[in-house]
Design a protein around this ligand. Structure first.
Ligand code: FES
Length: 172
């Protein structure tokens, strides 16, 4: 199935393109990929990459190169909560390995995997720019900093309850 932006996202996409000079619409590829990813539920299927390429009049391969370079874009489905653990030196020195161990043991999955209930995906990423408060983890759009393994597990459980409630509210 081919990808098209929703009316709301189409408006936003046009606003992003308008920020750049005429015929330089390709400069808006990052925000447009972000819009497409949100519209597709947190990841970019090939149809979305093709849709963005067509929309911006760019070769598909250039869009794929960009989407596969940045860890903010997911080329396969992720869980409702995408837990991205920073493993770069400042976070590593301050306990990133312990955070990783706590998450893999608690969720019973390895880095790069998703729990069977599709609630959590675990990823390890490079520096997310919050080194001053290392170690840190990004969960969906939010940063959680100065973490201990116990504190992170508590956050995961609170967020899981919130997501479960969201699902129940939508279905009831
Ligand atoms: S090293 Fe982890 S945020 Fe910079």
């Amino acid at each position: 199935m081919s990808f098209v932006f929703s009316d709301e996202n189409l408006k936003k996409a046009k606003e992003h393109i308008a920020k750049y000079p005429k015929n330089k619409q390709a400069s808006a590829v990052l925000p447009l990929l972000d819009l497409a990813q949100r519209q597709c539920g947190g990841w970019l299927p090939q149809s979305a990459l093709e849709g963005v390429a067509k929309f911006l009049d760019m070769p598909f391969i250039r869009v794929l190169e960009i989407a596969s370079f940045y860890s903010m874009f997911n080329l396969k489905p992720v869980g409702a909560l995408h837990v991205q653990i920073c493993g770069t030196t400042p976070c590593w020195l301050r306990g990133a390995e312990e955070l990783k161990k706590a998450c893999t043991e608690h969720l019973k999955i390895e880095i790069g995997e998703t729990t069977n209930d599709q609630m959590f995906t675990l990823s390890e990423v490079e520096c997310l720019g919050a080194c001053i408060n290392a170690p840190m983890v990004q969960i969906n759009d939010d940063y959680h900093e100065n973490l201990s393994p116990e504190g992170l597990i508590e956050i995961l459980e609170v967020m899981k309850k919130g997501k479960t409630k969201e699902k129940t509210d939508v279905s009831s």
